[in-house]
Design a protein around this ligand. Structure first.
Ligand code: PLP
Length: 232
């Protein structure tokens, strides 16, 4: 069972390498975030032992529990889910990345809590690229205001954008959504100043990571292909 996790993980690394080769990119540019949601700690521990350090969870409580039980100082924790303001204080204490900020109010709260404990948090602004109402993220028109606001923050570093594509059997159909996120990044590069540096694009999951990499992704968030199907 354990070695199955590792071979699935290695297969995902291969997919990333192959996609990079096709796109003429360097695999070293891509961070793989292993999305361990609902899966047991032992799976996470196996990957850590194997030398993988980036992990993502989409629920605040699950991430808190995970960070508590997996006490590994090398682990890099990403929060990738819908974040309630009242949970930010607890996230900021331990988490390294919050990928799912989509409101100025959340930036403000991260800054407040991070400054209290003198800790720097990397954040990505999540943009709604899918046109589906249930997918969260700010509207593209709100990006400029958020980035301008973030320039002057001290403990909150905006490192790029995150997007979730529409679920589709054929990943080709979501290519325009990844292109949109990449274009939005380019369009806002002139706002790189102070605490804003739009170098990352977090896009691509189990089904569509190849297309995302071809369209400029620097972070892929992969759950199922590494950990197996989720029951809930
Ligand atoms: C679950 C999840 C993923 C991983 O999805 P898979 O299809 O299992 O790879 C990526 N990003 C977010 C925000 C998620 O919630």
């Amino acid at each position: 069972m354990n070695s199955e996790i590792i071979s699935r993980y290695e297969a995902v690394k291969k997919r990333i390498e192959q996609a990079c080769k096709k796109a003429g990119r360097n695999p070293g540019e891509i961070t793989l975030v292993a999305v361990s949601k609902t899966k047991p700690d032992e799976d996470v521990l196996k990957l850590l032992e194997h030398g993988h350090f980036h992990f993502g969870e989409n629920r605040a409580k699950a991430l808190q529990d995970r960070m508590e039980s997996v006490k590994n100082p090398s682990a890099v924790w990403h929060f990738i889910g819908n974040l309630q303001t009242n949970k930010i204080k607890y996230m900021v204490e331990r988490v390294n990345w919050i990928q799912s900020i989509h409101k100025k109010k959340a930036l403000k709260e991260v800054e407040k809590r991070a400054s209290e404990i003198n800790r720097v948090i990397n954040v990505l602004i999540q943009v709604n690229i899918s046109d589906e109402d249930q997918k969260s993220g700010c509207d593209p028109e709100q990006l400029e205001g958020m980035l301008k606001y973030a320039q002057d923050l001290k403990y909150t570093k905006v490192q790029g954008l995150m997007g979730m594509a529409t679920f589709a059997d054929d990943p080709e159909t979501v290519r325009p959504e990844f292109k949109l996120l990449n274009n939005l990044r380019d369009k806002h590069l002139h706002l790189n100043r102070g605490s804003v540096d739009l170098k990352h694009l977090s896009m691509g999951m189990t089904n569509d990571l190849e297309v995302a990499i071809e369209e400029g992704s620097t972070m892929v968030r992969v759950g199922t292909a590494i950990f197996g199907e989720r029951n809930y």
